[in-house]
Design a protein around this ligand. Sequence first.
Ligand code: ADP
Length: 255
Amino acid sequence: MSANGSVYELRNVTYRYAQQIAINDISLRISAGERVALIGPSGAGKSTLFKLLNGSVTPTAGTVTVFGADLAQTASRQRRRIQRQIGTIYQQLHLVGALQVIHNVNAGQLGDWSLAKAVLSLFWPLDSARVEAILADLGIADKLYLRTDQLSGGEQQRVALARVLLQNPAVILADEPIASIDPERSRSLMDILRRLSLSAQTTLITSLHTLEFAYSHFERTIGLRHGQIAFDCQTNAVTAPMIETLYAVDEADHE
Ligand code: ADP
């Protein structure tokens, strides 16, 4: 971590796909242990910002500094070491349905393992005590040896979370983790993420479609629109007019 406690420092970051500017000159700082909700309409740039935050893309312009290191300037080995501290939960869970839960969770460690150990783990699950403890914490301890596709959607979401937790990440990025689960499970997942963040000082950044959980679970909210920061403030300072402006439909969208 850098001396000032910043996990992230983005300076004038722009990201452009071939024809489209997805992130347009963003600067922000996120400190260790912060819980940040990222909200904004579809196409605002939330997923692209996550890709910049976990280093899967590098900016077209500007710098993304993670734990004091500019990933674009960091040698690949050191970059991977930093990236292993960042756990990302994607909308697509990337689980292999035919595999037992324990194998899907262990897959989170493959980056740390030799090929031999990774292959061996498919036949002889390793580190089962730790996986068991994590699954117990997530309330699905009894699913360890079930085929993953026999679990409900909400349970599979927890398996994906368990895989990330096994990495012991300093940062959790969750890209609309509750977009496809029912309200009760959504609350439960948000509760788990907040509890983890509180107990382990894990920095938590989550994109959300609506503000409901931002108010209850995240102290800071960043509103993103057209790839720019519309507002960045304490969640309890976010007002209804700010939300209306954030989600306002452009005239151009009707043309
Ligand atoms: P959000 O997650 O807020 O919906 P995205 O980051 O997915 O926003 O998208 C931001 C903008 O970048 C949108 O205009 C989108 O169409 C565009 N975009 C996203 N991914 C790609 C891609 N792979 N190629 C080209 N344009 C993209």
